[in-house]
Structures are given as structure tokens and as C-alpha cells.
Design a protein around this ligand. Structure first.
Ligand SMILES: C[S@@+](CC[C@H](N)C(=O)[O-])C[C@H]1O[C@@H](n2cnc3c(N)ncnc32)[C@H](O)[C@@H]1O
Length: 272
């Protein structure tokens, strides 16, 4: 009896697809001084499709436009695990208060390419809507995690039109998540406040933030006053918090964030 060799089973098209499905993606993080003074100035070199580009870590439009780069850079090279950290802390807080995750109607602010949405779906959230300020994030979510969000809006929450506001209100959110997106020229306090306003009273607010941004001395973003004020005035009631290594910096030093899970008990006031 003659044996069938593997190449006789595969059609010629299947062979072509196997080869074409593996474009080269190489990430080089410079080991010496880069001139980057802060987290949002760090950069790397990326080789993709025969081209080498210097990309700033926080240039999310560029990062999301290359398939797999976000996960490769932040999760594999820089050991980030924040979506899982924040969502598992949220899951624990829900269990502590006997609230089924299946009741959650979530607004995920700064949704990126859907890693937080994926964690929320695993938790069992009923509905998840993503908002991000750049089209490239919405396109990357469609490419990388289609179907995770019930809706995904590209919006600037500091300047929302009436129709978008009406649509978002109609969702009756009872949970806001925002992960790895507050401060650093990303989400400003005003956009966070708009999202917060869309959450029902007693709803859940789950976020992480660089520890310096919630300390009175190290903050230049305005979040320290807003968040500390919200806890002091009782607008937010803390359910759980956790200081942890958010990721490594380009030089290998740990960057610490605080994950916080809180209940909304009142409106947020922005500092004057
Ligand atoms: C580091 S990514 C985090 C993505 C996702 N939350 C995660 O943890 O994987 C930061 C995201 O915040 C988005 N972003 C920045 N400024 C924003 C703003 N003002 N409003 C909404 N999204 C914003 C960026 O476009 C980017 O997708």
C-alpha cells in the first residue's frame, strides 16, 4: 500500500496561505539611553513587512495599525497584565457583594483593541460597549477581537454630540472600566467625568492609574485631585484596591499602578 505524503493532501492554495500567514514582526527595544524622560516618550524599532520604523509606545494609531504589535510590545516584551489584573479584581469585588457578573452593562473607556472587553466577556458581563478616541483602535478591535463589544464608538468624550450622548444614556450602564488609559495625554479628567456621569448610581467603576497620578506630589494630570476628592466626598466608595507592577519601562525598571474598584455613590466634581 502506498503512503500519502503530506504535500499531496494540501492544495497548492493551502501551501501559499501557510507561507503568507507569517509576516515578520520584530520589536527592538533600545537598551541604552533613549532620551525618553517619561513613559509616554519611550519608543522602539519595529521591523514589519520589510520595513523598519521607530514607533513611540504611546502612538496607539501606529501601534494598532500593525497586527499583533500591541500584544507583542506591551504584553510579551514589557510584561503588562493590566486588563486581567483589573478585571479579576472587579470579579472578586462582585463575588464579595454577591452581584452576578451577568448583570453588568459596561462602558469600556479607552477600549483599544479590546483586551479589556475580552476579559469582561470572560467574566460574564451582559453587555460591553467600547469607546476610544481613535479610529485605528476600533479597526484593530474588529480585526483582533470581533464580536466582543455590542457597540464600539470612536468618540471624544470631552465633546460628545447629542445623538451619541442619547445613545450612550440609553445603554443604562452600571459599570465603567478604563484600563491603562488615564493621564499621559490620553484620557483627561473631563472625559473620565463624562463617562462617569453615564453610569447609574451604585454602579461599578473599575480602573487603574499610575501610582504617582494619585499621589498629591507626583501628579500633573489633575487625576489626583479628582479621584482623591471623589473618595473624600463619598462620590466613590472603595470596594478593592491593589498596587502592582503594570509593566516594565524600556530600561527594565518596574512601573507601578494602582487598580481600584469602587461603587458610584454620587457625582464627580472636577477641580476648578
Ligand atoms: C494603552 S491603550 C489601553 C487599551 C486597553 N484599555 C487595554 O488595556 O488594552 C490606551 C487607549 O486609550 C485610548 N485613548 C487615549 N485618549 C483617549 C481619550 N481621550 N478618549 C478615549 N480613549 C482614549 C487610546 O487611543 C488607546 O486605545
Amino acid at each position: 500500500m502506498s503512503e500519502t505524503r503530506p504535500e499531496e493532501i494540501l492544495s497548492p492554495e493551502a501551501n501559499v496561505q501557510t507561507i503568507a500567514a507569517e509576516p515578520v514582526l520584530e520589536v527592538i527595544i533600545p537598551s541604552g539611553p533613549t532620551g525618553a524622560r517619561d513613559q509616554d516618550e519611550e519608543w522602539c524599532e519595529v521591523r514589519h513587512d520589510g520595513e523598519v520604523k521607530r514607533i513611540r509606545f504611546h502612538d496607539y494609531a501606529e501601534v494598532f495599525s500593525i497586527p499583533g504589535l500591541y500584544e507583542r510590545l506591551f504584553y510579551e516584551e514589557l510584561a503588562c497584565d493590566s486588563p486581567r489584573t483589573v478585571c479579576s479584581l472587579l470579579g472578586q469585588a462582585l463575588r464579595d457583594e454577591n452581584v452576578p457578573a451577568g448583570e453588568l452593562q459596561v462602558l469600556d473607556l479607552g477600549a483599544g483593541n479590546g483586551m479589556v472587553g475580552e476579559e469582561l466577556a470572560q467574566l460574564g458581563a451582559d453587555s460591553i460597549v467600547g469607546v476610544d478616541i481613535i479610529e485605528e483602535a476600533a479597526a484593530a478591535t474588529e480585526r483582533d477581537r470581533p464580536g466582543i463589544y455590542e457597540d464600539y464608538k470612536v468618540l471624544d468624550l470631552t465633546d460628545v454630540g447629542d445623538e451619541d450622548r442619547r445613545e450612550l444614556r440609553a445603554r443604562e450602564f452600571n459599570c465603567l472600566t478604563t484600563v491603562a488609559a488615564l493621564g499621559f495625554g490620553d484620557i483627561p479628567p473631563e472625559a473620565f467625568a463624562t463617562a462617569y456621569e453615564l453610569v447609574a448610581d451604585d454602579g461599578w467603576v473599575a480602573f487603574n492609574i499610575k501610582e504617582d497620578f494619585v499621589s498629591p506630589d507626583g501628579d500633573s494630570t489633575g487625576f489626583s485631585e479628582v479621584i482623591r476628592g471623589a473618595f473624600e466626598e463619598g462620590a466613590l466608595e472603595l470596594a478593592a484596591d491593589h498596587r502592582y507592577q503594570h509593566r516594565l519601562a524600556a530600561d527594565g525598571e518596574p512601573i507601578h499602578y494602582v487598580a481600584m474598584i469602587a461603587r458610584k455613590r454620587g457625582e464627580l466634581s472636577l477641580a476648578a
